[in-house]
Design a protein around this ligand. Structure first.
Ligand code: C5P
Length: 236
């Protein structure tokens, strides 16, 4: 498959057309951003680690019945994925309270959430990704009711699968964000799953092993991503 012109450049990834309209190339860059793009740095090797991490997780999810856009790794920093119409809504599941949940509701940081909490956010930097509910999504036409329900079911299925995967490697999957899209009218998991879009804590020490290290200036960001990858067996 031939890589063609750039279609879109996001904060950490770029999307390129290919000679087949059904597929695009997802290119993972070293750019690391936080706070709606206010803090941006280049972290050497992050693109490569996230590309390989994402490929491993997407393959694991596909093997376990989650439809994903992932097709294949093509080099260290790029993968081929289905060319989807993205749904502009982020699906977040939280197993432990932290981050914006604690800021919004004043609940105790680190509190276990049983059952887990599910939240939708509108993908809109200018509005700072406001929280929305199913009514907003349907009324404003961001997704159809049936697709909203599929996104929710798939996001919980991912929780069951990945909570266990990370627990087996001595980590707590605290929370994560997923994005979905439509391909031939069907809902598929899109975007990426990497330590950029989830929170992972060491189960014993509660050491943060995800992008909070960057957000909070804790250092050792790439070392933490590599450690997570190594523990779950991602070939780097
Ligand atoms: O900031 P907040 O606590 O709402 O984030 C919840 C989860 O969603 C975290 O794992 C965070 O990394 C992820 N997230 C993301 N992209 C966003 C917002 C949140 O990956 N734009």
């Amino acid at each position: 498959m031939e890589k063609k012109q750039e279609l879109y450049s996001g904060k950490a990834k770029s999307v390129f057309a290919t000679d087949n309209d059904d597929f695009v190339v997802l290119s993972f860059r070293d750019d690391t951003s936080a706070f709606d793009g206010e803090k941006v740095e280049q972290l050497s090797r992050k693109g490569e680690i996230n590309n390989k991490f994402n490929a491993f997780i997407m393959q694991y999810l596909a093997d376990n019945g989650v439809p994903t856009h992932f097709e294949s790794l093509i080099n260290d920093t790029e993968s081929v994925v289905k060319n989807m119409a993205m749904i502009p809504v982020e699906c977040v599941v939280r197993n432990v309270a932290t981050g914006s949940l604690v800021r919004r509701l004043g609940v105790e940081d680190g509190m276990e959430l049983n059952p887990p909490v599910f939240e939708f956010f509108l993908k809109n930097d200018a509005l700072h990704d406001p929280m929305v509910n199913e009514f907003h999504i349907e009324t404003f036409g961001w997704a159809k009711a049936g697709d909203v329900s599929k996104m929710k079911d798939l996001t919980f299925k991912v929780n069951t699968l990945l909570k266990q995967l990370f627990a087996d490697a001595g980590m707590v999957l605290v929370d994560y964000k997923l994005e979905f899209g439509l391909f031939n009218g069907e809902v598929y998991l899109g975007d990426e799953f990497s330590p950029d879009g989830c929170r992972l804590w060491d189960a014993q020490t509660r050491k943060k092993l995800d992008k909070d290290r960057f957000r909070q200036g804790l250092g050792g960001v790439i070392e933490a991503y590599e450690e997570v990858a190594r523990r779950i067996g991602v070939p780097l």
